[in-house]
Design a protein around this ligand. Sequence first.
Ligand code: AMP
Length: 276
Amino acid sequence: MRNSPAASSTFVPYAESLFAGARMTSTKSNRAAWLEGPSATCLPSAEAAHPWRLILLGAPGVGKGTQADLLRQRLGACHLSTGDVFRAAASSTGCGPSPAMIAALDFMRRGALVPDATVWEMVRERTACLRCRGGFILDGFPRTLGQAESLKKLMEDERLSLDAVVNYELPLSEIVERLSGRRTCEKCKAVYHVTRQPSQTAGVCDRCGVPLFQREDDRPESVTVRMEAYQRSTAPLIEFYRKLGVLLPIEATGSPNDICTRTIAALQQTPVRAVS
Ligand code: AMP
């Protein structure tokens, strides 16, 4: 974090080569260590010219997951979503989930936030993913001030710098419309929208050919609960990161590619920090 004592690295001006280098070394990370935990190993990832370390903020449905995937392709950093870890645990056919994970999944189905202790335990045991030489794009974490404080401390201890916290902004009415039309592929996790970004065959994934589903927490009753949780717990993070000097507000209107291009352009204007 820029203002933190442990992350006392110097700022260097932005260089286009960092972006070009990241693109050239970009690989499709399989995220095994993130999704399955420390017992799994990822395919080796190419060393990025600059390991981008970003946090994506924004209300549920604003398109953080889509942007994380597009940014992953452009910057080469791994897309780390805490929601994906919970969903992977829910659909896991391996040994049964722990009691804490069973309770977490119940919170998730209702659209409520999983308790900080459970989320933090899950992230902490995946610290290697934060240290990864490919960098990271955190999506859906942190979501409370407690989680943000814990992450800040961990990054200071690990001497990892944070490049930016991208905050995607969109009016509430549009967010609700996006959420209710969102459909996801069970297999590859590709995200579609029934009108904005439909699959070629209605209800079927273009990549895998398997049926698309509506996430339980995208149903109207859960959406209301999620919006309340966002306003109460996550919106205060905007001020937290603004004070640290790393907040990058981005208007989340237009196509996913437009938004991604806007994000990259804003990152290009941001001073890039040399890694501690
Ligand atoms: P997402 O896919 O990020 O919208 O997450 C789906 C659900 O997983 C959320 O509605 C929460 O129930 C749970 N979840 C994911 N990440 C977190 C987090 N950082 N803190 C608390 N709950 C989380």
